[in-house]
Design a protein around this ligand. Structure first.
Ligand code: SDX
Length: 428
């Protein structure tokens, strides 16, 4: 393994240090490149650029491996609760019983939001997309907890903001949905666990007793774990970048929610279901849509397929696909979009276009089918992704602050006009 790289430029040689991670990932350290050589690097979309060194999540795109703090996603999805995984991501270790009990208690007793928040909901039109509502309301938490704005906040204040974030996002999410339905808002019930409490706030109606189905709560627990972190993806990089200016955690997460909303990122789970419904309505001719996805003159893409890092199966997609079968069988649901999704996958995985480009189903391909089966409306799918990704965003923000990482400020290569004299109006 090399311990340095040698760069030849303009007849000179420059030695650059090499960094090797605990899983043998290799990087050339260019922290002093510009000072040494006068050159910067250029890497559109950061496809070859590491932004940080992190101890939180490891993924291997070639082997389809995903681990949180060294624990495999398969083990965690099967054996842990979402709050255990959140604790692991944020604090670095799985909690023992007293630690978990305190974490659950501290979160349960902060699920209420200030009643004045209701006035902000009232300001949104009922057809407002819940992701836009969530980004606005999560940022509004800075108004109710101004101490979170202190750039030199103590570790105790940081932890209080972390607990409030974990506690209040489900309430804000459920209220965004109820507000859009014109339903009365449901308040949190501290006797329920994290997932059951969210389902209660989402679906309870005054007219009838709402009982949480354990199959649904278990499926939600698994989905949230599978979305909890994914190293330096678009929205997490956004959270770290906003956090690098010493903005509050609420502001950084609000920016992460906006980045996740994009259809190429977390917004894909909503796009997948809409795509599957469109194919179903079109008669279910899967091959026709595969050809459209391959046609460069057609802007249709197979949503839920492909990934910047995974060039093999996304391990989360495998787990969700199996959970799809289980949950729909247990709930006695026959969803035609599941059959279409399976046919699409089979067709794509044998098609040279997808094979050559190493395009496999990603986390978003099957998740919408389960969300729909447990009653989550389509425009809330990406909100569910945000709820799952929250502990990952928090852990990554916390790590970058504890490592005192500098403000993020990339360089560029200028390609505009050279210096030119100002033109008065009659010269233009
Ligand atoms: C998430 O980064 C993360 O970790 C994200 C995430 C997380 O947990 O945070 O995993 C969550 O965002 C999952 C991805 C959800 N997005 C989608 O499902 C949208 C559909 N997929 C794509 O748009 C695309 O695959 C991306 C955005 C996911 C990745 O894009 P890249 O890495 O920039 O790759 P690319 O667009 O350059 O594509 C490479 C080639 C191109 O063909 P050529 O120009 O080489 O001929 O593959 C083709 C693309 O046209 N391609 C697809 C395709 N995805 C890529 N062709 C058809 N259908 C697709 N879905």
């Amino acid at each position: 393994m090399a311990d340095q790289a040698t760069l030849k430029l303009e007849g000179k040689e420059f030695n650059l240090p090499v960094i090797i991670g605990t899983e043998d990932e290799k990087a050339i350290d260019i922290n002093n490149l510009r000072d040494q050589t006068g050159y910067v690097t250029l890497d559109s979309g950061y496809k070859n650029t590491g932004a940080t060194q992190s101890a939180i999540t490891f993924l291997d795109g070639e082997l389809g491996i995903l681990r949180y703090r060294g624990y495999s996603i398969e083990d965690l999805a099967e054996k842990a609760t979402f709050l255990e995984v959140a604790y692991l991501l944020i604090y670095g270790e799985l909690p023992n019983q007293p630690e978990l009990a305190k974490f659950e208690y501290d979160i349960k007793h902060r699920t209420m939001v200030n009643e004045d928040m209701r006035k902000i909901y009232d300001g949104f039109p009922v057809n407002a997309h819940p992701m836009g509502v969530m980004a606005a309301l999560f940022s509004a938490l800075t108004a109710f907890y101004p101490e979170s704005l202190d750039p030199n906040r103590s570790p105790e204040k940081v932890n209080l903001t972390i607990l409030r974030s974990m506690a209040k996002l489900p309430t804000l999410a459920a209220w965004a949905y109820k507000n859009s339905q014109g339903h009365p808002l449901n308040y949190p019930k501290n006797g329920l666990d994290y997932c059951s409490n969210f389902l209660h706030m989402m679906f309870a109606l005054p007219a009838e007793e709402y009982k949480v189905d354990p199959v649904v709560a278990d499926a939600l627990n698994k989905l949230l774990i599978l979305h909890a972190d994914h190293e330096q993806n678009c929205s997490t990089s956004t959270v770290r970048l906003v956090g690098s200016s010493k903005a509050s955690l609420y502001s950084a997460v609000s920016a992460g929610i906006c980045a996740l909303w994009g259809p190429l990122h977390g917004g894909a789970n909503q796009e997948v279901i809409e795509m599957l419904e469109k194919i179903h309505a079109d008669g279910g001719n899967v091959q026709k849509w595969i050809e459209k996805a391959k046609d460069k003159n057609d802007n249709f893409r197979l949503m839920g397929f492909g990934h910047r890092v995974y060039k093999n199966f996304d391990p989360r997609a495998k787990i969700i696909k199996k959970a799809c079968d289980d949950v729909l069988k247990k709930l006695g649901i026959n969803d035609p979009t599941l059959e279409i999704a399976q046919k699409l996958e089979e067709a794509a995985l044998t098609d040279p276009y997808f094979i050559e480009r190493k395009l496999y189903p990603n986390v978003d391909f099957y998740s919408g089918i389960i969300y729909r089966a447990i009653g989550i409306p389509t425009n809330m799918f990406t909100v569910m992704f945000a709820m799952g990704r929250l502990p990952g965003w928090i852990a990554q923000w916390k790590e970058s602050r504890e490592n005192a990482e500098p403000i993020g400020r990339p360089r560029q290569i200028y390609t505009g006009p050279k210096l030119r004299p100002f033109k008065s109006m009659n010269q233009r």
